[in-house]
Ligand binder design. Structure first.
Ligand code: ZN
Length: 505
């Protein structure tokens, strides 16, 4: 590479590092807003986030950025770049082409809007008051539709939003993938509903929050979470945020009457955190230093939460520790009883507390509502009624108030439309990766039963974590499993697991 190209590359990397610094500061402010910032700080903090985001945005759409990308994108120069730098240029180009179409003032106003909307949502949810939240949501949807018109779209407008979280994903593809799940999972859920339920009476107790926390921390440590590079805090809606390789934070919500809700939340967010903590240091400070897509990110959280955390080998090893944490509270309960209790399948109202099997139906509902909001067949004002109708249709339950209905999730308040499908995609990816993992780590189940989780973490580091955004989701799946995303692995896994638990033939 010529000296001038080398010097452009160095400047470009320094420029990106500065953008990343803004991103980190903003991420930390969001974390603060959601983990105990004083109520009166919200308004001002939202403005500050708006200012910093605006600055970051102006840098990312600046002429300078355009020049870097043009220079480094010239075929001869591009060919001389390292694999990492080529990918950085490609990823930055895609971001740039998207962002340059949005006027900076419009973007900044949107950041302020969503930041305020999240706080309003929290209050509205608490008061079960959808009308309080409605004007914010209407404005968010309206702005997203304006963004889509500026970005352009192929086929459905919603495709443009899907692509932000899962590159190349479309309504057509999702209709097919979800169709396959629906076809085989609905009969399974029906068969289960006609079968005797496992005993869960021993879960109906009070479990001290501090003890739940200490057990959660213990399991995180077993998974290989690096506490020198992360922490666990409390919040209304659990999340994980990777600020940099040395600072990955997760949160959970403790319910004293539920011993597993916070725990599986911790394992879930812990899965996200392991991904973010183990990206190759070569990618630090670059746009590649994050998960490759939301679907792949969710595959990691849901792998740890469900495939490992809700498995029989896991509880054959760790139930004794849970018993020790809550002395006397699990007397006479065998690990197998606990395993069956935590895998009880029951249609319910709340997504984050849904069982592994019906979970996908919660996602399908949100997917269909989002699709309808963005193709114009549904208005925000009609959302609560449509929500309740779909819950009745798919799950046979109907929310009596919006706090446990349409207001339950934080996503829409942050403008994250197109995100929900990631959860089901994550389940599909996870099942497909697990299929390969079992072949390559034949001792996997015995390892889990012996409390050796680190070989599994290492496999994920080698195959997935270390690449960050260097490999696209489709590439990653094909390289690891030898084929593209196939929903049958998920359905096969769920059928085997739940037919065993419910003793169905
Ligand atoms: Zn997640």
């Amino acid at each position: 590479m010529s000296t001038s190209a080398q010097s452009v590359l160095n400047d470009f990397r320094a420029f990106l590092k500065k953008i990343k610094a803004y991103e980190e500061a903003i991420g930390l402010m969001y974390w603060d807003l959601r983990t105990g910032a004083p109520k009166k700080s919200v308004e001002g903090r939202s403005e500050t986030i708006g200012e910093l985001s605006g600055e970051m945005f102006r840098m990312s759409v600046s002429e300078r950025m355009g020049e870097y990308l043009n220079t480094l994108g010239e075929p001869e120069t591009f060919a001389g770049l390292s694999e990492v730098d080529r990918k950085i240029v490609q990823v930055s180009r895609k971001e740039y082409d998207r962002s340059v179409k949005i006027p900076p003032e419009m973007y900044q106003a949107y950041v302020v809007l969503t930041s305020k909307a999240e706080s309003v949502w929290e209050e509205a949810k608490h008061a079960s008051d959808f009308p309080m939240f409605r004007p914010y949501l209407e404005q968010i949807v309206k702005t997203n539709l304006e963004f889509i018109d500026l970005w352009g779209y192929e086929g459905e407008k919603y495709n443009t939003l899907l692509d932000m979280y899962e590159p190349e994903m479309t309504v057509d593809a999702l209709d097919r993938l979800f169709g396959r799940l629906r076809e085989r999972l609905v009969p399974l859920v029906e068969a289960i509903s006609e079968t005797a339920q496992p005993d869960i009476t021993f879960l109906d107790q009070t479990f001290a929050k501090e003890k739940q926390q200490s057990f959660g921390l213990f399991i995180l440590e077993q998974m290989g979470f690096d506490f020198a590079a992360g922490r666990l805090d409390e919040t209304v809606h659990p999340f994980a945020t990777g600020l940099n390789l040395g600072d990955v934070r997760i949160t959970t919500r403790y319910l004293e009457r539920d011993v597993v809700s916070a725990l599986f939340g911790i394992i879930h967010e812990g899965g996200h955190a392991l991904y973010e903590q183990n990206i190759s240091p070569d990618l630090a400070g670059t746009p590649l230093c994050t998960g490759t897509s939301m679907g792949i990110h969710e595959s990691q959280s849901r792998f740890w939460e469900n495939v490992i955390g809700r498995s029989r080998p896991f509880w054959s090893r760790y139930f004794v520790d849970l018993q020790r944490t809550f002395p006397g509270q699990f007397n006479g309960v065998a690990p197998e009883n606990f395993y069956r209790a935590i895998n009880r399948v029951e249609p319910s109202l709340i997504r984050i507390e849904a069982d592994e099997l019906t979970y996908n139906l919660h996602i399908m509902i949100r997917y269909e509502l989002e699709k309808a909001l963005f193709n114009g067949s549904l208005q925000v004002a009609d959302l609560p009624a449509a929500w309740n109708e779909k819950y009745n249709e798919y799950l046979g339950v109907r929310p009596e108030q919006d706090s446990v209905g349409v207001l339950q999730d934080v996503h829409w308040s942050g403008g994250s439309f197109g995100y929900f499908p990631s959860y089901s995609l994550g389940n599909m990816y996870a099942a497909q990766f697990t299929h390969t993992m079992r072949r390559e780590l034949p001792e996997m189940e015995a390892d889990v039963a012996a409390g050796r989780l680190l070989p599994i973490k290492q496999w994920l580091c080698d195959k997935i974590y270390r690449y960050g955004k260097l490999r696209d989701p489709g590439e990653l799946v094909r390289e690891i499993t030898g084929e593209s995303l196939n929903p049958d692995y998920l359905v096969d896994y769920l059928e085997v697991k739940y037919k065993n638990i419910y003793r169905l033939s």
